[in-house]
Design a protein around this ligand. Structure first.
Ligand code: MG
Length: 390
């Protein structure tokens, strides 16, 4: 049962290229299916989340991260009466534009693109579903619904929003495209807002898990974070056997599980309270209100402390930084090499934007961003004779 403020697929603002309805699926189910079948989605398996993809088989990749975001998102959506299919579609697509090697790759590519409009993974995710996937006879891209596309575009500068608007179709309701809300300072749907928070909840939890299992941080260190320490203590109090040395992994998992649940329940309660306080009764009300899918004020602060800890102890750990520095070299050298010799961009199955407004730098950025970690390393070795990061 959909709440009145949920996105109803029957009332979708439509697709860039109008299409008749599918016989058995709603418009948002159809979007989710298109995303799952895309090449960019399959490549997420071999893209770094935090740990380099080839470092271990048990760490998260962009793919497993996206699946966890979809799971958390759907579970919260069902409780709140929001559209689960739309949440799933946005969650599965939210990281499609990520470069190889995680944020190091994106930073390097952004530096390379400084004079040509920059590189931003969010905008790139939209570019993947709008242009770079080439699977349909009549158009480039996956031709997704407005609601899915607006959810993918989590943030956007005013300049980029104006550039996007110039290319958006004229929707029947004359309300503007996916860039409009950044110019009008409006909110996206609750489903889109939910995916943002599900993303944050997922990575905070799984980065503790991967961080401790990798040995880069210890369980004791994470207990410096009050939010996590609380659930460690609670779990130990209820299940004293977790204190045994051989049960440390179970203790870690139990504390993470409790923290995840507490954050999910916190979001649900805060969101319900916000919807009631703002008297929101429909999607138009959602767009005009303040952000409604939020943590409580107390959880915002606790999550901030946790994120600061992960940044300091894990993302800036010398072992991680050393590898990410090498990854930056791979990405920026590949960029320079392809700009000099675009004919080297010849991997089959990698789509290039052939539109006239895409200069060589943008086409190279698309090509490099689409790479998996291991393909980037192989290409770098082929073109430079140097083998980095293996
Ligand atoms: Mg993410």
């Amino acid at each position: 049962m959909l709440a009145p403020y949920a996105c109803d697929p029957a009332l979708s603002r439509g697709r860039r290229h109008p299409q008749s309805a599918a016989p058995t699926r709603t418009e948002f189910q159809r979007d989710r299916d298109r995303i799952v079948h895309s090449s960019a989605f399959r490549r997420l398996v071999y893209k770094t989340q935090v740990f380099l993809n080839h470092e271990g088989d048990l760490f998260r990749t962009r793919m497993t991260h996206s699946l966890e975001v979809a799971q958390l998102g759907r579970s919260m959506a069902r409780t709140l009466g929001l559209n689960e299919d739309l949440v799933e579609a946005i969650a599965l697509a939210h990281d499609l534009g990520h470069t190889p090697f995680g944020h190091a790759g994106q930073d390097a590519l952004h530096d390379c693109m400084r004079d040509w409009g920059g590189f931003e993974h969010n905008l790139q995710s939209l570019r993947v579903v709008d242009r770079l996937e080439q699977r349909y006879p009549q158009y480039d891209g996956l031709n997704l619904c407005f609601e899915t596309r607006e959810g993918i575009l989590k943030h956007c500068s005013a300049a980029n929003a104006r550039a996007l608007e110039a290319q958006e179709p004229l929707y029947q309701d004359a309300q503007g495209g996916v860039g409009a809300r950044f110019l009008l300072r409006q909110q996206p749907s609750l489903e889109a807002q939910l995916c943002n928070l599900a993303d944050e909840i997922a990575y905070n939890a799984h980065d503790i898990d991967d961080g401790v299992r990798s040995g880069l941080i210890t369980l004791e260190q994470v207990q410096e974070v009050p939010l996590f320490a609380r659930f460690c203590d609670e779990a130990l109090h209820e299940q004293p056997q977790l204190g045994a040395v051989e049960n440390r992994k179970r203790w870690l998992y139990e504390a993470i599980r409790r923290m995840l649940s507490a954050q999910v329940y916190d979001v649900i309660a805060a969101t319900r309270a916000g919807i009631a306080a703002h008297h929101v009764h429909d999607v138009a009300g959602v767009r005009a209100a303040a952000p409604l899918v939020v943590f409580s004020a107390a959880m915002v602060e606790e999550a901030r402390v946790l994120k600061a800890f992960l940044l300091r102890a894990l993302y800036r750990h010398p072992n991680v930084v050393e590898k990410m520095d090498a990854a930056r070299v791979v990405v920026s050298e590949l960029f320079a090499l392809y700009v000099d010799a675009p004919e080297q961009m010849a991997a089959p199955g990698v789509a290039l934007d052939r539109s006239t407004d895409a200069g060589v730098q943008r086409r190279v950025a698309d090509y490099v961003a689409g790479m998996t970690d291991r393909f980037a390393l192989r290409e770098h070795e082929r073109l430079t004779g140097r083998r980095l990061l293996v």
